[in-house]
Design a protein around this ligand. Structure first.
Ligand SMILES: [Zn+2]
Length: 263
């Protein structure tokens, strides 16, 4: 199988980045509307403050936000920095995924994983929820794309989904029994199921390890700075999202090195 970058080079990389910017714009719609239970197809984009429809020329990813100096053209209300950041983040990630994907199937897998995780990250950070509307179709997409992946088989995708969702469900269940309170929501369980379907078992392990470590470090840091009781709730989906994106790029080389340690 030939890597897309070997065939299309920098032109493909730029095209991948531009496509990522446009999809990033759609992610902003998801992040705003899914938690509010609004339709994601209609009406067209509107200013959250004054409701004025956003014209196509004011809806160009990143550039419009800069040209409008981060304000609505009609009411001058500030437009959150999240909008250009999400677009730019998704564009950069799609370009990087294009650079390193070993096949078109893996490009689709990496691009979908990055976009879904960025949307979930933004929603979880703000609302502490991980909508089924992203995670459940995400499991199906992961299983389907495993048939065209150079990196993992459909069986590995299935095992990854089972390990991710099943493992986290078990942890959440045991924690609730011992601590007497809910530590993790079912949203986290379904999200790790999606990550497992997209990355396979080794990706799940790398994701959970890095999410637990970064979550613990940030959590302890917050307690030190803000002086919480240790019960300050962290949106764990944010750390799962960052861990999974990192795992798409690094999990395979990492597990190969780990295996090399044990002859
Ligand atoms: Zn406005």
């Amino acid at each position: 199988m030939t890597a897309p970058f070997e065939v299309y080079g920098v032109v493909g990389l730029v095209a991948g980045g531009v496509a990522g910017l446009l999809v990033g714009s759609f992610l902003n719609v998801l992040v705003h509307r899914l938690p509010r239970g609004e339709s994601i197809v209609s009406p067209g984009s509107r200013c959250p403050s004054c409701g004025a429809p956003v014209a196509a020329y004011d809806n160009v990813p990143v550039f419009s936000w800069i040209l409008l100096a981060g304000r609505c053209r009609s009411c001058k209300a500030p437009i959150a920095l999240r909008y250009p950041l999400l677009e730019l983040g998704n564009g950069v990630l799609w370009a990087l995924v294009f650079r390193f994907a070993p096949s078109w199937g893996d490009f689709a897998t990496g691009a979908f994983l990055c976009s879904a995780c960025l949307a979930l990250l933004a929603i979880d950070a703000q609302f502490y929820i991980l909508p089924d509307a992203i995670t459940l179709p995400g499991i199906a997409v992961g299983l389907a794309l495993s048939f065209v992946s150079a990196r993992r088989t459909p069986l590995e995708a299935l095992l990854g989904a089972a390990l991710g969702a099943g493992g986290l469900f078990l942890v959440a269940f045991v924690y609730e029994r011992i601590a007497g309170q809910e530590g993790m929501g079912l949203g986290d369980v379904k999200m790790l199921g999606m990550i497992g379907a997209l990355l396979g078992p080794s990706g799940v392990v790398v994701t959970v390890l890095s999410a637990s470590i970064s979550g613990t470090v940030i959590g302890l840091g917050l307690i030190l700075v803000k002086g919480g009781s240790g019960k300050t709730r962290l949106p764990f989906g944010v750390f799962l999202a960052l861990g999974a994106i990192g795992a798409w790029f690094f999990a395979d080389p990492l597990t190969e090195r780990y295996r090399a340690l044990w002859p």
